[in-house]
Design a protein around this ligand. Structure first.
Ligand SMILES: *Cc1c(COP(=O)(O)O)cnc(C)c1O
Length: 456
């Protein structure tokens, strides 16, 4: 596979170069020359294949020939001991993406990326230094994904006092090859420090520095896998039993009504979105041949993309704080990729947009728990609400409907519990809560970060 920059000002590169560089030299994002298609035999068996086999068939063309089949199989088996069940909830389905170690969908991308980086760097004697700035969720997934991976050192910068106690333990409780830096400043300060250091070409080479943010192709590609698996199951008319870590493990029957899965019918998937990496991965799965009918781009009040879908005018704006804070993005970085693959008209065919307020989100968490007995986290509740609003407005007719659940509700207990009562905590989060966070405080100055990097 050759990767081009969305800005087309640099020569195409192979997967290794695209993954290790992250951003293209012209400031664009790497996109494939041509989106690969599933072989017919794979497409017709998506409904019955095992998650890891779907992962192999999905990822293979994107990393070939740089990662050979055997190595890819090993990476996938070790990255995904958990899957992504499509479970029944009331009148629709939920695609649960929170069964990984940090209980959010970012585990899918981060765990594959870590293994890919380790493989691509094999034989190098210098460790690769990964820098990542986080407002909370990404840092935990990246720290956990890279923890103990040979040949890689990770430094996570987070704003001191501005992440939840659970998030701090996920970032700073591991130790080993993960260094946590509590920056005296905001998330924007953290990002500024990382960017400044990565922009220093000489330093970047000398210390073998890279980053692990969501624009990296190696984090994006593995996210296409659960779209293919879920849409295949839905087309076969099947759902999965709730996963082990679900807080609602009581017996539940299949969904009923107009939006239940039915054999031969394609599913519409609702994607709670911020930077739009997840939805971009969905578009890749769909273009590869996954049987998806349509997408819904669900946002909180940061509604740059729903507005664009409505009037064709793309206006980025400052981000607004909401209760679904992992989606507080006014200038979604992956939009550049979407616009590279689809015109406005094509986007409007494939994607319905809908923005949701905090008040509506809270109301949904409350009534879905009261009605279907299902606990939604605030991000997934944005997705559920967006579907409700489209249905109310007659913009969505009958047909199977699935909401992507991007995080476990226990991760956001402070918002969810006042609306539902106690949320059961999955074992992965209980274990994280028992860790002791150990981080180093630094001032929000580039020199402070350089001092720490210089020690290694
Ligand atoms: C990151 C995140 C999102 C947004 O995903 P994008 O790929 O940035 O659109 C949604 N929900 C949760 C819980 C997240 O952590």
């Amino acid at each position: 596979m050759r990767y081009y920059s969305t800005r087309r000002k640099t020569e195409p590169v192979d997967f290794t170069a695209a993954a290790l560089a992250g951003l293209a030299p012209d400031g664009g994002l790497f996109v494939p020359g041509e989106i690969p298609a599933y072989p017919a035999a794979v497409r017709s068996s998506l409904g019955t294949m095992d998650f890891c086999d779907i992962a192999f068939e999905t990822i293979k063309p994107w990393v070939s020939p740089d990662i050979p089949a055997g190595a890819l199989q090993d990476m996938i088996r070790s990255a995904y001991p958990f899957g992504a069940p499509l479970v029944a909830a009331g009148d629709r389905q939920v695609l649960e993406l929170f069964h990984g170690p940090t209980a959010a969908f970012k585990d899918f991308g981060a765990r594959f990326m870590a293994r890919a980086f380790s493989y691509l760097r094999r034989g190098e004697d210098r460790p690769l230094h990964i820098l990542v700035a986080t407002s909370g969720d990404t840092g935990g997934a990246v720290a956990d994904g890279f923890f103990g991976v040979a040949g890689i050192l990770v430094t996570v910068l987070y704003p001191r006092g501005r992440v939840s106690p659970l998030q701090e333990r996920q970032i700073a409780g591991l130790g080993g090859n993960v260094t946590a830096l509590a920056v005296e400043g905001s998330f924007d300060d953290c990002q500024r420090l990382v960017k400044a250091v990565l922009a220093d070409g000489e330093l970047k080479k000398r210390l073998a520095l890279s980053s692990a943010n969501s624009i990296n192709v190696s984090r994006l590609i593995p996210q296409a896998v659960y779209y293919a698996a879920a849409s295949g199951r839905a087309l076969a008319g099947k759902t999965d039993p709730p996963g082990e870590a679900s807080p609602w493990d009581r017996e539940r029957g299949p969904s009923s009504g107009d939006h239940a899965v039915r054999r031969g019918e394609r599913i519409t998937l609702v994607v709670p979105s911020g930077n739009f990496g997840n939805l971009t991965a969905g578009i890749y799965a769909w273009k590869m041949g996954a049987p998806i009918r349509r997408f819904v781009a669900a946002t909180n009040s940061n509604k740059t993309v729903p507005d664009y879908l409505a009037d064709g005018d793309y206006r980025v704006r400052p981000s607004q704080a909401t209760i679904s804070n992992a989606m507080d993005v006014g200038a979604p970085s992956n939009f550049e990729r979407m616009a590279c693959h689809l015109s406005w008209e094509e986007m409007r065919e494939a994607i319905l947009g809908m923005a949701v307020s905090d008040e509506e989100t809270r109301e949904t968490i409350r009534h879905v728990h009261g009605g279907a007995g299902y606990f939604l986290d605030p991000h997934s509740a944005v997705g559920w609400t967006a579907a409700d609003k489209l249905l109310d407005q007659g913009l969505f007719d009958a047909g199977p409907l699935g909401i992507l659940s991007t995080a476990h509700p226990a991760k956001f207990a402070e918002t969810v519990e006042p609306l539902t009562g106690p949320v059961p905590v999955p074992p992965s989060l209980t274990a994280a809560l028992e860790r002791k966070p150990e981080s180093r405080r630094i001032s929000a100055e580039v020199s402070a970060l350089l001092d720490i990097l210089g020690e290694n």
